[in-house]
Structures are given as C-alpha cells and as structure tokens.
Design a protein around this ligand. Structure first.
Ligand SMILES: Cc1cc2nc3c(=O)[nH]c(=O)nc-3n(C[C@H](O)[C@H](O)[C@H](O)COP(=O)(O)OP(=O)(O)OC[C@H]3O[C@@H](n4cnc5c(N)ncnc54)[C@H](O)[C@@H]3O)c2cc1C
Length: 702
C-alpha cells in the first residue's frame, strides 16, 4: 500500500504514522510464532489511525490517515463538500447528467454530475438507496466485526505487545481471529467472528487467560461494530455511476484500504480512458477488478477454510507451527513463514500464496512432521494428549509472569538477557528477566584473561540478533590478519576476510551488561551460591537476594564453583578445557607501531605441553599467552624465550621480563554434558559448544 501511494507521488508523513511494526506474532492455542519483518520486508508495516484517534483522545496535531488523503486530493483541486448525501437519481436518458441530493434533509440540495463515484463503504444507508435504483446493484455481503481502542499508556503497550501485531486464533466456536495492534498509548483490538461479532463474543476474547494476563480489566476507550465485506457486490456500475472500495469489491478479510485504492484507480482510469457508460465500466473497470480481487478471493476463501481446519485440529496446528519455527534457511520452514506472513500482510495475491502452499516438498515436510509428532504423542500420551501433569504444564514455552534467572553477566548471559527481553516484548509476554553477576564491570577494574579480540561477524550478530550497535568506541586496535608460525615456517593470513578488533574485555562486558540493564533486565550484583530444583521451579540462592525462578540459564563460563553446584543436582558436567596463562607488556609507542596490526600465533613443538601460544597487539600493549592442558607461568617464560617468539617481539624485550605478572584462564575444548535439562539451559563457555580461538569465544557466547 505504502509503495502504491509512493508510485502515485503520495508520501505519508511520519507524524501520521503511529507505530512502525516489527512483525506479527501468531497465537494459536498455547503456541505462538513470531514472524519478523526482518526476514520479510524491513520496516514496511506502519499503523495509523483512520480517524483522529480514539474517542476523547487528544493529539496535538491532526493524525488521521483519511484526513491526510482527503487533504491531499483537496490540495490538488478536488472540491470537498462536508455534507451527507441522501439520494441519487439516474437520468432517464443516459446522455443527461446523473443527480445527487445532499445537505440538510429538510432542505436538500441537488447536484447534477457527469459521473458519480460511490465510495461510501458498507456502513451506510446509501447501499439500500443504490439498490432501490433498480438497475441491479446488489451490495456486498457483510458481517459485523467488533473493534475497541484501549488506552494503556505507551510503556504498558510496549511492555505487553512490543512493536508487534498480535494475531490470536483461539479455540472458540464464535471467534475466527482477533488482532491486537499497538498504536502509541493505545491498542486497537479487532475481532472477526465466525458469524457477526458481538459484545459478548468480544468479552469472551477478553476473558481468555492469555489476554487477561496482558490487558487489565479496563473499559475500552471507544468501541464500535463496523461491518466488513465477505462477498463482492453485484452490478457495481451503470451509466454514469460506479461503486469503488468496500461498496464494490474488497480482498477477503485483508487489505481493505489497498483494495479501495486499487478499485479507485481502476475506476478513474476507466472514466478517463474508456468511458463512463455501463459497457465501458464492464469491459475495463470490472474486468480488471475481477482479475485482481474477485477471482483472487476464491483462493483467499479456500486458504481461510484450510486455516480454520488446521487451527481446529491440535496435531495439525502443532505440525505447521513447529515446522515454521525451525530456524535457518531451510526451504519448507521459510515457505510456511512466508505463507503466514503474506496471509497477514496481504502483500501478494492469495493465488500466489496458494501456489506456495501446493509446493510438493513443503507438503512432504508437513506430512513427515505430522507423522513425527503423532509418533511422539503415541509414545508419550501423558504429555501430548492434554493430560499433562501439573509439573509439566509449566514447562510449556515461557508465558506471562514467568521468572527467568541468568547466572553470569558475561557475553553469553547479557546477550541472552537482551534476546529474551526482545522476544518477550515482541510477543507481548510479561516476564521478569534477572541476571546475577558477581563482578562490577562498571568499575572496569577487573582483569579478564580474555584477550578481547572481537572477530567477524560479531558486529552483524549484535546488530541483527540483539538490535544493539557494535561498540566501536571501545575498540583499541584493528587486527588485519595473522602470522601463523610452526617451528620452521610462517604463513601470513590476510586479505579477503573482514578484520577483527581488539578491545579491553571488561569494557565489552560492561557495554553489553549496561545495554541489558537499559532494556529493563533486572541485575542482582551478587554470586549465586546454590540452587534447589523442584517440579514447581528453581530456588536460586545468592550472596544477596534469593529468587524463585521458572527457568535458569547457566552463563557462568567455566566457573568451577557454579559448575559443581549444577553437577551435584543435575546431569550437567563441565566441559573439558585447556588452561591458558597470560601476561602483557608495554614496550612503548614506537615498538607498538613497529609490531603492526597482525596477531602472531605459534605452534611450538619444543614445548610439548603448549598447544599454542600467541602475541596479540592491543591499544598500548602486547598480550602474550600460551594454552595447553597443563601450562604454567614458567612455561610462558620459556615460550617468550623461544627464538621465533623473541624475533617477533620488540628488541627491548629484556627490559620487561623481570616485571611481568601473570593471569590464568581456561577455555572449553569439548561440549559439556547435560547442557539442557528440566528448567535449565547452559549457554556460552558453560555449554562448551565451540572450541574458541581468537574471537570465536565471545561470538559463540553471544
Ligand atoms: C586466555 C584466554 C583468551 C581468550 N581470548 C579471547 C578473545 O580474544 N576473543 C574471544 O572471543 N574469546 C576469547 N576467549 C574466550 C572467551 O573469553 C570466552 O569464550 C567467553 O568469555 C565466554 O563467555 P561467557 O559469557 O560464556 O563466560 P564468561 O565470560 O566467563 O562470563 C561468565 C560470567 O559469569 C559470572 N559468574 C560465574 N559464576 C557466577 C555465580 N556463581 N554467580 C554469578 N555470576 C557468576 C562471572 O563473574 C562472569 O562474569 C579467551 C579465553 C581465554 C582463556
């Protein structure tokens, strides 16, 4: 729609846009599926108020979308008469003008026109008037929807619904679907019933548990029961008279505004290029509208029928949603998501959506997925046939009022908190997300043995997945490549790859941690000291506040103390790891400049316990480290004194050797065991899913 307006040279000003929507969230039964516009078209959905906001609302400026379009037409010479139209009279002789009666009922004004365009929608007596003209117009069939605007305040709206349009398809005999659209301080709820929607059906929707949890029992600011079109009109034109918009044809359940725009354009083009008599409208206007809207609606009706069937059978619902939830670029999940996205947005014709649905591979994947689920259900009837035990009902996906505790606020913990917060906002789920972290990163006084190399594509992961910018301001050095040394050879690795960046690790941790805090993640600056798992939750004990959580995320790196606690009470087993001893030297500006922006890696065979060693240039110093199963400070000294290492280091090296001080750290070499279990999941180093080398530790943690 936005694109079509632009093609006509009409640019909707930002102030008329109430929200930019990031995507749709579909809720069927207790399952939900997020369809983000990032995967589809970016920032393409805007929400507007058709009128000037809900009743009694006050906006500093006129915000109405309809007012904007009308003023646009007026500015280009259209005359606007702010009076109601009561009657239309067809001429007896088609060469004579058509008459229209408007104004105050007791004193009607007559207007003779060459052409009348009926753009009066379906909520007016004029439909009957035109029908009574007797030339054969039959208004479209309609059903009543129910619509309400509720004022919650911007913060609450964002907290519960984010910038996402929520589509609910509850199991109900009366409700087909309902949408909740965030619009600034307000939400607009639109309910489409299987037949006419009534206030009682609307109340049934508000009484659903998931809705009650999000919307306090407030009175709607204003509500109405507008009609929407469910079938096309008949004979929507005659000599000198043509109906457009809802009064003629509209896409099935979708894109009323866009259909109005399309029919308006077709009618205008016909009037100017073909003629204004019945046969011109038939051969041009109707023919094209039939192709674009009426025929396409057959597919639309069929798709909605399929949707009704799928959403009424839990196995089929689960099979479709679980396939759609599969991440990545796999063909079938992408196709399902694209079908749903286009059904919601109406971006492509129903016929094209139908074609995607017919895809052979997709149907096979759906069939296999359904059988897989059925098989699981038969194997485990307790959890799958609705007779869940009280312990397992809470183990469904996160829902309102759940408490999530993250142990550790390093890259894995902070990123997990940010992502959870983002998803909760998008899905409109109100959860508490709490991070326990023993260190005070903001003091920046901690030394982290990590060398602080941030490697590609961390910037893209942070921006794309977490929605936060890469912290360019803390970068100390760009690393353009590597020299890899064996005993006798050196290979230079550089060129076509993106560079890495070195920073102070504590500054990176602090950056992510503060971002999580800004997003509303709760921080408890204390170490977790014990956990109790029970069927009802996890009791988290710390040096400070104790919290009962629904789920805990282990983001404590390779912390032995915390690993032991998990090992005692869960099947978790810490990953195997390598130790690393680190030191740093400040050889001065000149030597740093001479060293350059390459990282030196060594594979020294003369030190059997050392798997590898490295020299990493940072802002004003060099970090040196070795890694191996059993390495210590003595071994690091030996490493530094190897001829190949000395050769790479500055000439004034001997001045620094007596002053070196050492740090010890470790990194995982194999995945941990039991990384997931009832009510817990491990992330980052605690999961050990990746053997990190030069930047991949932070990447995989994030
Ligand atoms: C010598 C060395 C150099 C490295 N260099 C790099 C590099 O240059 N680039 C790179 O990407 N990766 C590097 N890594 C790997 C990288 O450091 C890790 O992969 C990464 O930090 C993992 O992040 P994490 O969040 O899982 O764990 P961590 O960064 O270890 O964070 C865990 C957090 O949990 C907190 N915590 C632990 N226990 C508790 C508790 N009981 N209660 C509350 N909080 C707790 C800790 O205080 C800590 O802040 C290096 C590793 C080593 C050993």
């Amino acid at each position: 729609m936005d694109q079509k307006l632009k093609e006509e040279g009409i640019f909707l000003p930002e102030k008329r846009i109430i929200n930019r929507v990031e995507g749709y969230c579909l809720h069927v039964d207790s399952e939900s599926l997020l369809l983000s516009s990032e995967e589809n078209e970016k920032n393409t959905i805007a929400t507007v108020f058709r009128g000037n906001g809900p009743r009694y609302s006050v906006f500093p400026e006129i915000i109405s979308f309809d007012d904007f379009l009308l003023s646009w037409a007026q500015d280009r010479g259209a005359e606007v008469v702010s009076q109601p139209v009561w009657e239309i009279k067809l001429p007896e002789d088609k060469s004579k003008p058509i008459s229209l009666y408007y104004g105050k009922k007791e004193n009607l004004q007559k207007f003779d026109a060459d052409l009348i365009v009926g753009a009066f929608g379906v909520n007016t007596h004029l439909m009957k008037e035109i029908q009574n003209l007797g030339y054969g117009y039959k208004p479209p069939q309609t059903i009543n929807t129910y619509q309400a605007e509720i004022k919650l305040g911007k913060e609450e709206v964002f907290k519960h619904f984010g910038n996402t349009i929520h589509v609910y398809m509850p199991k109900s005999k009366a409700i087909r679907y309902a949408t909740i659209i965030p619009k600034g301080d307000y939400i607009t709820i639109t309910l489409i019933g299987k037949k006419n929607a009534t206030k009682d059906i609307f109340q049934e929707f508000l009484n659903l548990e998931e809705i009650r949890n999000r919307i306090p029992p407030l009175k709607p600011h204003c509500f109405c029961s507008p009609r929407i079109v469910v079938s096309p009109s008949k004979n929507s034109f005659t000599h000198r008279l043509v109906m457009i918009g809802d009064a003629s044809f509209s896409r099935h359940y979708k894109n009323g505004i866009e259909s109005a725009f399309i029919t308006a354009q077709l009618a205008a083009e016909t009037a100017f290029c073909t003629g204004i008599d019945a046969s011109s409208f038939s051969s041009s206007y109707y023919k094209q509208a039939k192709k674009l809207i009426i025929h396409d609606n057959y597919y639309g009706r069929f798709l909605f029928l399929i949707n009704d069937i799928i959403s009424s059978i839990p196995l089929l619902t689960q099979s479709h949603l679980s396939l759609a939830k599969k991440k990545g670029n796999k063909d079938s999940p992408k196709k399902i998501r694209s079908i749903l996205w286009n059904m919601f947005t109406g971006n492509i014709p129903y016929r094209d959506i139908f074609k995607i649905l017919l895809d052979f591979k997709l149907q096979i994947s759906l069939l296999l997925n359904t059988f897989k689920l059925l098989f699981k259900k038969l194997k485990n009837p307790i959890t799958y046939f609705g007779k869940r035990s009280s312990a397992s009902t809470t183990l469904a996906p996160l829902k309102n009022n759940n408490v999530i505790v993250i142990i550790g606020g390093g890259p894995a913990g902070s990123s997990c908190a940010i992502k959870l917060k983002k998803l909760a906002l998008q899905k409109g789920i109100n959860t508490r997300i709490i991070v326990y972290e023993g260190k005070r990163f903001e003091k920046k006084s901690y030394y982290n043995q990590c060398l602080g190399v941030l490697s590609p594509p961390l910037d893209k992961i942070m921006e794309g997945e977490l929605g936060i910018p890469f912290p360019w301001e803390i970068i100390q050095k760009k690393i353009n490549g590597y020299f890899v040394h064996s005993d006798n050879n050196v290979i230079k690795l550089s060129g076509e790859h993106d560079p890495s960046y070195a920073c102070r690790r504590v500054e990176f941790d602090n950056y992510l941690f503060q971002k999580a805090k800004e997003m509303g993640v709760e921080i408890i600056p204390a170490r977790v000291i014990d956990l109790d798992f029970s069927s009802a939750g996890v009791m988290v004990y710390s040096e400070s506040n104790n919290i009962k959580a629904d789920v805990v995320v282990g983001a404590f790196g390779l912390d032995d103390g915390m690993a032991k606690i998990f090992e005692r009470i869960t099947p978790y087993r810490q990953p195997k790891f390598l130790s690393s001893v680190v030191t740093k030297m400040h050889p001065g500006e000149k030597a740093m400049a001479e060293f350059g922006d390459y990282l030196y890696a060594f594979l020294p065979s003369s030190l059997p316990h050392v798997e590898f060693g490295a020299i990493t240039p940072k802002g004003n110093h060099l970090s040196l480290n070795i890694a191996g199963k059993k390495v210590d400070a003595d071994m690091l000294d030996k490493f530094i004194n190897l001829p190949s290492v000395r050769k790479a280091l500055p000439d004034n090296l001997d001045n620094f050797l007596p002053q070196l001080y050492y740090f010890k750290g470790k990194f995982p070499t194999l995945p941990a065991k039991g990384v997931i279990g009832e009510r817990y999941v491990m992330v980052g180093d605690a999961a050990g899913l990746n053997r990190p080398f030069k930047g991949k530790g932070i990447n995989s943690a994030v």
